[in-house]
Design a protein around this ligand. Structure first.
Ligand code: ZN
Length: 256
């Protein structure tokens, strides 16, 4: 399945846990015979919540599109993936063992589309994280609270986008490329005991899953030769992090 998800820690209100016409979270997660989280085992329990999903994705879309009124082509493609294809938002309840308290979070899961959209799911998560960090109080007040989900007072529980070594670079026609930084390259080398020989720039699998994958392959080769030096400064070139990056100038020498 793949994909990436962002987890926002929440505390469900007593009513959200127990009550309501459709039953509370506990009944929906664990079956109607359960009335108390004390009955539950230590596994993950997820319930999909399409109404919460629509609300939070709409709010995220408004924020990101408001930040980027003139989207680059790669950004427009990313918006279409994030907000026009189906993403799954669910509430997760989990705990490590039966004597631990339940921990709840809202999970915003961006689909990897069976390996076709791994890069898109990574950068979508990066942008969902930017959205939440910039709007944390408003997200809790106007998006989550109406669903009975209260802010977690321990805000350090928010890990956010943990794969900070991932950096992104827009391409002219193939969405965003993901760059493996020198730091994560060394980390991978240490973990596997060999210098990895895979490409530094990755595109979505969907770009190669077409009758003629050659244009995407050419772009990837060009990036391997021309993009690594640019990205050595560990600066993400996505439009949210680097709005002044000149996409046209960077690709001026790339013959299309
Ligand atoms: Zn970025």
């Amino acid at each position: 399945m793949g994909g990436q998800s962002l987890a926002i820690p929440v505390i469900p209100s007593a009513e959200a846990l127990a009550g309501g016409r459709r039953g509370g979270l506990i009944a929906r997660m664990f079956g109607r015979q359960k009335s108390d989280a004390g009955d539950l085992d230590g596994a993950f329990h997820d319930i999909s919540d399409p109404r919460l999903g629509r609300t939070i994705l709409k709010d995220m879309s408004n924020y990101l599109k408001g930040c980027l009124p003139a989207p680059w082509k790669a950004t427009a493609q990313l918006f279409s993936y994030m907000f026009k294809t189906k993403q799954n938002v669910y509430i997760r309840g989990s705990r490590e063992s039966a004597d631990q308290p339940m921990v709840y979070s809202v999970q915003i899961a961006f689909s990897g589309c069976g390996g076709l959209a791994e890069v898109s799911s990574d950068i979508a998560c990066h942008w969902a994280d930017l959205y939440y960090r910039a709007n944390r109080n408003q997200v809790h007040e106007s998006v989550l609270k109406p669903f009975g989900l209260m802010p977690h007072h321990n805000t350090s529980l928010y890990d956010g986008w943990i794969e900070t070594s991932k950096l992104f670079l827009p391409t002219p026609d193939f969405g965003y490329a993901e760059f493996t930084s020198d730091a994560s390259q060394s980390e991978l080398a240490a973990r596997f005991g060999v210098q990895p020989d895979w490409k530094r720039f990755e595109l979505d699998g969907a770009e190669f899953d077409v009758p003629d994958p050659e244009p995407a392959e050419q772009l990837q080769e060009w990036l391997e030769a021309n993009g690594v030096e640019l990205m050595r400064d560990n600066q993400c070139r996505c439009q949210m992090c680097s709005p002044d990056f000149d996409v046209g100038a960077f690709y001026a020498d790339f013959a299309r």
